[in-house]
Write a protein that binds this ligand. Structure first.
Ligand code: CP
Ligand code: NVA
Length: 308
Protein backbone atom coordinates (compact mmCIF):
# COMPACT_ATOMS: atom_id res chain seq x y z
CA UNK A 1 0.00 0.00 0.00
CA UNK A 2 1.25 3.48 -0.94
CA UNK A 3 0.06 6.93 0.08
CA UNK A 4 0.19 9.61 -2.61
CA UNK A 5 0.82 12.66 -0.45
CA UNK A 6 3.23 14.71 -2.51
CA UNK A 7 5.42 14.54 -5.60
CA UNK A 8 8.57 15.04 -3.51
CA UNK A 9 7.62 12.10 -1.29
CA UNK A 10 7.14 9.75 -4.25
CA UNK A 11 9.94 7.85 -5.96
CA UNK A 12 10.73 9.31 -9.43
CA UNK A 13 10.52 5.86 -11.06
CA UNK A 14 7.06 5.39 -9.56
CA UNK A 15 6.00 8.84 -10.83
CA UNK A 16 7.26 8.00 -14.30
CA UNK A 17 5.45 4.66 -14.18
CA UNK A 18 2.18 6.40 -13.30
CA UNK A 19 2.50 8.91 -16.17
CA UNK A 20 3.21 6.14 -18.66
CA UNK A 21 0.39 3.95 -17.38
CA UNK A 22 -2.01 6.90 -17.51
CA UNK A 23 -1.15 7.47 -21.13
CA UNK A 24 -1.67 3.80 -21.97
CA UNK A 25 -5.02 3.69 -20.16
CA UNK A 26 -6.14 6.84 -21.95
CA UNK A 27 -5.24 5.38 -25.34
CA UNK A 28 -6.87 2.04 -24.52
CA UNK A 29 -10.28 3.60 -23.97
CA UNK A 30 -10.13 6.34 -26.63
CA UNK A 31 -13.55 7.05 -28.10
CA UNK A 32 -15.46 4.94 -25.57
CA UNK A 33 -18.44 6.39 -23.71
CA UNK A 34 -17.25 7.83 -20.40
CA UNK A 35 -19.64 5.70 -18.38
CA UNK A 36 -18.28 2.39 -19.67
CA UNK A 37 -15.79 0.54 -17.48
CA UNK A 38 -12.23 -0.14 -18.62
CA UNK A 39 -11.46 -3.62 -19.94
CA UNK A 40 -9.24 -4.12 -16.90
CA UNK A 41 -11.03 -3.78 -13.56
CA UNK A 42 -8.13 -3.58 -11.10
CA UNK A 43 -10.28 -1.89 -8.43
CA UNK A 44 -13.28 -4.21 -8.73
CA UNK A 45 -14.92 -4.70 -5.34
CA UNK A 46 -13.11 -1.70 -3.85
CA UNK A 47 -14.74 1.27 -2.12
CA UNK A 48 -13.25 4.75 -2.53
CA UNK A 49 -14.07 7.74 -0.26
CA UNK A 50 -13.59 11.23 -1.67
CA UNK A 51 -13.58 13.88 1.08
CA UNK A 52 -13.86 17.59 0.32
CA UNK A 53 -13.30 20.37 2.82
CA UNK A 54 -13.05 22.89 -0.03
CA UNK A 55 -15.06 23.29 -3.26
CA UNK A 56 -14.11 21.26 -6.35
CA UNK A 57 -15.34 20.49 -9.84
CA UNK A 58 -12.46 18.70 -11.58
CA UNK A 59 -11.03 16.76 -8.64
CA UNK A 60 -14.44 15.57 -7.52
CA UNK A 61 -15.69 14.44 -10.91
CA UNK A 62 -12.42 13.05 -12.27
CA UNK A 63 -11.73 10.91 -9.20
CA UNK A 64 -15.30 9.67 -9.11
CA UNK A 65 -15.46 8.76 -12.80
CA UNK A 66 -11.91 7.37 -12.77
CA UNK A 67 -12.50 5.09 -9.79
CA UNK A 68 -15.67 3.74 -11.42
CA UNK A 69 -13.92 3.11 -14.73
CA UNK A 70 -11.42 1.00 -12.76
CA UNK A 71 -14.29 -0.99 -11.25
CA UNK A 72 -14.54 0.64 -7.80
CA UNK A 73 -17.56 2.06 -6.00
CA UNK A 74 -17.27 5.63 -4.76
CA UNK A 75 -18.72 7.99 -2.17
CA UNK A 76 -18.23 11.74 -2.13
CA UNK A 77 -18.22 13.24 1.37
CA UNK A 78 -18.31 16.87 2.40
CA UNK A 79 -15.99 17.55 5.33
CA UNK A 80 -18.47 19.90 6.97
CA UNK A 81 -21.21 17.26 6.96
CA UNK A 82 -18.89 14.72 8.62
CA UNK A 83 -18.17 14.62 12.35
CA UNK A 84 -14.66 15.65 11.25
CA UNK A 85 -16.09 19.13 10.73
CA UNK A 86 -17.60 19.07 14.24
CA UNK A 87 -14.62 18.18 16.37
CA UNK A 88 -13.95 14.45 15.81
CA UNK A 89 -10.21 13.99 15.52
CA UNK A 90 -8.53 13.23 12.24
CA UNK A 91 -6.87 10.19 13.79
CA UNK A 92 -10.22 8.71 14.84
CA UNK A 93 -11.79 9.57 11.50
CA UNK A 94 -8.93 7.86 9.67
CA UNK A 95 -9.26 4.68 11.74
CA UNK A 96 -13.03 4.56 11.33
CA UNK A 97 -12.98 5.16 7.58
CA UNK A 98 -10.31 2.48 7.18
CA UNK A 99 -12.87 -0.07 8.45
CA UNK A 100 -15.28 0.83 5.62
CA UNK A 101 -13.29 1.89 2.59
CA UNK A 102 -10.19 0.79 0.68
CA UNK A 103 -8.88 4.19 -0.43
CA UNK A 104 -9.27 7.79 0.82
CA UNK A 105 -8.79 10.96 -1.22
CA UNK A 106 -8.96 14.18 0.77
CA UNK A 107 -8.96 17.87 -0.19
CA UNK A 108 -8.31 19.99 2.85
CA UNK A 109 -6.80 23.21 4.19
CA UNK A 110 -3.89 22.51 6.56
CA UNK A 111 -1.57 19.82 5.27
CA UNK A 112 -1.30 18.30 8.74
CA UNK A 113 -4.88 17.03 8.23
CA UNK A 114 -3.62 15.06 5.23
CA UNK A 115 -0.48 13.75 6.91
CA UNK A 116 -2.35 12.78 10.08
CA UNK A 117 -5.00 11.03 8.00
CA UNK A 118 -2.23 9.05 6.29
CA UNK A 119 -0.52 8.28 9.60
CA UNK A 120 -3.63 6.77 11.17
CA UNK A 121 -5.38 5.24 8.14
CA UNK A 122 -4.66 1.63 7.33
CA UNK A 123 -5.63 2.27 3.69
CA UNK A 124 -3.92 4.53 1.12
CA UNK A 125 -4.53 8.28 1.31
CA UNK A 126 -4.30 10.64 -1.68
CA UNK A 127 -3.72 14.40 -1.54
CA UNK A 128 -6.51 16.10 -3.50
CA UNK A 129 -5.06 19.59 -2.69
CA UNK A 130 -4.00 21.31 0.50
CA UNK A 131 -3.06 24.92 1.18
CA UNK A 132 0.53 23.94 0.34
CA UNK A 133 0.49 21.48 -2.59
CA UNK A 134 -1.62 19.93 -5.37
CA UNK A 135 0.30 16.89 -6.65
CA UNK A 136 -2.50 15.25 -8.69
CA UNK A 137 -2.81 18.39 -10.79
CA UNK A 138 0.83 18.32 -11.74
CA UNK A 139 0.70 14.63 -12.65
CA UNK A 140 -2.02 15.56 -15.16
CA UNK A 141 0.06 18.51 -16.36
CA UNK A 142 3.14 16.37 -17.01
CA UNK A 143 0.98 13.89 -18.92
CA UNK A 144 -0.47 16.77 -20.94
CA UNK A 145 2.88 18.36 -21.74
CA UNK A 146 4.37 15.05 -22.87
CA UNK A 147 1.36 14.17 -25.05
CA UNK A 148 1.83 17.40 -26.96
CA UNK A 149 5.59 17.91 -26.95
CA UNK A 150 7.39 14.74 -25.80
CA UNK A 151 9.59 14.39 -22.70
CA UNK A 152 9.45 17.31 -20.27
CA UNK A 153 12.98 16.64 -18.99
CA UNK A 154 15.28 19.57 -19.80
CA UNK A 155 12.42 21.92 -20.78
CA UNK A 156 11.87 25.43 -19.42
CA UNK A 157 8.64 25.95 -17.49
CA UNK A 158 7.64 29.46 -16.42
CA UNK A 159 5.25 29.97 -13.53
CA UNK A 160 3.68 33.45 -13.64
CA UNK A 161 1.90 34.90 -10.60
CA UNK A 162 1.45 33.64 -7.06
CA UNK A 163 3.96 31.11 -5.68
CA UNK A 164 1.06 29.02 -4.37
CA UNK A 165 0.19 25.35 -3.78
CA UNK A 166 0.12 24.45 -7.48
CA UNK A 167 3.44 26.24 -8.02
CA UNK A 168 4.90 24.24 -5.11
CA UNK A 169 3.97 20.94 -6.74
CA UNK A 170 5.46 22.19 -10.03
CA UNK A 171 8.72 22.82 -8.17
CA UNK A 172 8.60 19.30 -6.72
CA UNK A 173 8.01 17.96 -10.22
CA UNK A 174 10.92 20.01 -11.61
CA UNK A 175 13.15 18.09 -9.21
CA UNK A 176 11.62 14.68 -9.85
CA UNK A 177 11.14 14.92 -13.64
CA UNK A 178 14.25 17.02 -14.37
CA UNK A 179 12.96 20.24 -15.91
CA UNK A 180 13.84 23.88 -15.19
CA UNK A 181 11.42 26.29 -13.57
CA UNK A 182 11.43 30.06 -13.67
CA UNK A 183 9.14 31.82 -11.21
CA UNK A 184 7.98 35.30 -12.08
CA UNK A 185 5.89 37.19 -9.57
CA UNK A 186 6.15 39.74 -6.75
CA UNK A 187 8.68 39.01 -3.98
CA UNK A 188 5.88 38.92 -1.38
CA UNK A 189 4.40 35.90 -3.16
CA UNK A 190 7.58 33.91 -3.84
CA UNK A 191 7.27 30.15 -3.44
CA UNK A 192 8.55 28.89 -0.09
CA UNK A 193 12.28 28.30 0.10
CA UNK A 194 11.64 24.65 0.98
CA UNK A 195 10.05 24.00 -2.44
CA UNK A 196 12.73 25.90 -4.36
CA UNK A 197 15.42 24.13 -2.35
CA UNK A 198 14.00 20.69 -3.12
CA UNK A 199 14.08 21.32 -6.87
CA UNK A 200 17.60 22.76 -6.75
CA UNK A 201 18.91 19.91 -4.60
CA UNK A 202 17.64 17.49 -7.24
CA UNK A 203 19.56 19.38 -9.91
CA UNK A 204 16.78 21.46 -11.46
CA UNK A 205 17.61 25.03 -12.45
CA UNK A 206 15.23 27.35 -10.58
CA UNK A 207 15.27 31.05 -11.45
CA UNK A 208 13.37 33.87 -9.75
CA UNK A 209 12.86 36.74 -12.23
CA UNK A 210 10.75 39.79 -11.39
CA UNK A 211 10.43 40.92 -15.01
CA UNK A 212 7.72 38.76 -16.58
CA UNK A 213 8.81 39.34 -20.18
CA UNK A 214 12.41 38.37 -19.39
CA UNK A 215 11.24 35.34 -17.42
CA UNK A 216 9.22 33.99 -20.34
CA UNK A 217 12.13 34.26 -22.82
CA UNK A 218 12.70 30.81 -24.33
CA UNK A 219 9.90 29.14 -22.36
CA UNK A 220 8.52 25.77 -23.49
CA UNK A 221 5.55 26.05 -21.16
CA UNK A 222 3.91 29.02 -19.43
CA UNK A 223 1.64 28.35 -16.45
CA UNK A 224 -0.78 30.61 -14.58
CA UNK A 225 -3.17 30.09 -11.67
CA UNK A 226 -5.72 32.17 -9.81
CA UNK A 227 -4.44 35.21 -7.93
CA UNK A 228 -6.57 34.36 -4.88
CA UNK A 229 -6.57 30.72 -3.80
CA UNK A 230 -9.30 29.04 -1.76
CA UNK A 231 -7.21 29.35 1.41
CA UNK A 232 -6.46 33.07 0.90
CA UNK A 233 -8.59 35.62 2.73
CA UNK A 234 -11.00 37.63 0.62
CA UNK A 235 -9.67 40.75 2.36
CA UNK A 236 -6.30 40.19 0.65
CA UNK A 237 -7.93 40.20 -2.81
CA UNK A 238 -7.35 43.82 -3.78
CA UNK A 239 -3.75 43.83 -2.52
CA UNK A 240 -3.00 40.61 -4.39
CA UNK A 241 -4.56 41.89 -7.60
CA UNK A 242 -2.47 45.06 -7.44
CA UNK A 243 0.74 43.08 -6.89
CA UNK A 244 -0.03 40.46 -9.52
CA UNK A 245 -1.37 42.58 -12.38
CA UNK A 246 2.09 42.88 -14.06
CA UNK A 247 2.18 39.07 -14.23
CA UNK A 248 -1.00 38.53 -16.26
CA UNK A 249 -0.44 36.01 -19.05
CA UNK A 250 -1.60 37.71 -22.23
CA UNK A 251 -0.76 37.52 -25.93
CA UNK A 252 2.02 40.13 -25.58
CA UNK A 253 3.71 38.08 -22.84
CA UNK A 254 3.32 34.80 -24.75
CA UNK A 255 5.21 36.38 -27.69
CA UNK A 256 8.38 36.23 -25.55
CA UNK A 257 8.12 32.45 -25.17
CA UNK A 258 9.18 29.93 -27.81
CA UNK A 259 6.76 29.99 -30.77
CA UNK A 260 5.62 26.45 -29.92
CA UNK A 261 5.29 27.09 -26.16
CA UNK A 262 2.19 25.69 -24.47
CA UNK A 263 -0.03 27.50 -21.98
CA UNK A 264 -1.48 25.72 -18.93
CA UNK A 265 -3.84 26.62 -16.09
CA UNK A 266 -5.19 24.13 -13.58
CA UNK A 267 -8.61 25.91 -13.63
CA UNK A 268 -10.88 27.37 -12.40
CA UNK A 269 -9.59 30.53 -14.12
CA UNK A 270 -10.59 34.13 -13.67
CA UNK A 271 -10.67 35.28 -17.25
CA UNK A 272 -9.02 38.65 -17.93
CA UNK A 273 -7.33 38.56 -14.52
CA UNK A 274 -4.40 36.10 -14.36
CA UNK A 275 -4.87 35.22 -18.04
CA UNK A 276 -6.72 36.70 -20.98
CA UNK A 277 -9.38 34.78 -22.89
CA UNK A 278 -7.25 35.31 -25.98
CA UNK A 279 -4.55 33.08 -24.47
CA UNK A 280 -6.93 30.65 -22.76
CA UNK A 281 -8.83 30.00 -25.98
CA UNK A 282 -5.82 30.42 -28.28
CA UNK A 283 -3.81 27.78 -30.16
CA UNK A 284 -1.11 27.41 -27.48
CA UNK A 285 -3.58 26.63 -24.69
CA UNK A 286 -4.03 23.02 -23.54
CA UNK A 287 -6.22 23.79 -20.52
CA UNK A 288 -9.01 21.36 -21.34
CA UNK A 289 -6.56 18.54 -22.09
CA UNK A 290 -5.14 19.21 -18.62
CA UNK A 291 -8.61 18.95 -17.13
CA UNK A 292 -9.30 15.69 -19.00
CA UNK A 293 -5.95 14.28 -17.99
CA UNK A 294 -6.81 14.62 -14.30
CA UNK A 295 -8.99 11.58 -14.94
CA UNK A 296 -6.30 9.46 -16.59
CA UNK A 297 -3.44 10.50 -14.30
CA UNK A 298 -5.43 9.89 -11.13
CA UNK A 299 -6.50 6.45 -12.32
CA UNK A 300 -2.80 5.60 -12.45
CA UNK A 301 -2.29 7.18 -9.02
CA UNK A 302 -5.13 5.11 -7.53
CA UNK A 303 -3.75 1.91 -9.06
CA UNK A 304 -0.28 2.63 -7.68
CA UNK A 305 -1.72 3.34 -4.23
CA UNK A 306 -3.62 0.06 -4.28
CA UNK A 307 -0.78 -1.93 -5.83
CA UNK A 308 -3.23 -2.86 -8.59
N1 CP B 1 -7.85 22.10 -10.80
C1 CP B 1 -8.63 21.67 -9.80
O1 CP B 1 -8.18 21.01 -8.84
O2 CP B 1 -9.95 21.97 -9.95
P1 CP B 1 -11.11 21.79 -8.89
O3 CP B 1 -10.89 22.79 -7.80
O4 CP B 1 -12.37 22.06 -9.67
O5 CP B 1 -11.07 20.38 -8.36
N1 NVA C 1 -4.40 27.60 -6.20
C1 NVA C 1 -5.80 27.23 -6.34
C2 NVA C 1 -5.92 25.94 -7.11
C3 NVA C 1 -7.33 25.48 -7.34
C4 NVA C 1 -7.42 24.17 -8.03
C5 NVA C 1 -6.43 27.11 -4.96
O1 NVA C 1 -5.83 26.52 -4.06
O2 NVA C 1 -7.53 27.64 -4.80
Amino acid sequence: MNHFLDIYKTDPAALRGMIDQARQMKQARAGRPKGTPDDDQPLAGRMVALIFEKPSTRTRVSFDVGARQLGAETMVLSGKDMQLGHGETIADTARVLSRYVDLIMIRTFDETVLTEMAEYASVPVINGLTDRTHPCQIMADILTYEEHRGPIAGKKVVWAGDGNNVCASFLHAAGQFGFDLTFTGPAQLDPEEEFVGFARDKGAKVVIERDAAKAVEGADLVVADTWVSMHDSQSSKERRHNMLRPYQVNAALMKHAKPDALFMHCLPAHREEEVTSEVMDGPQSVIFDEAENRLHAQKAVMRWCMGA
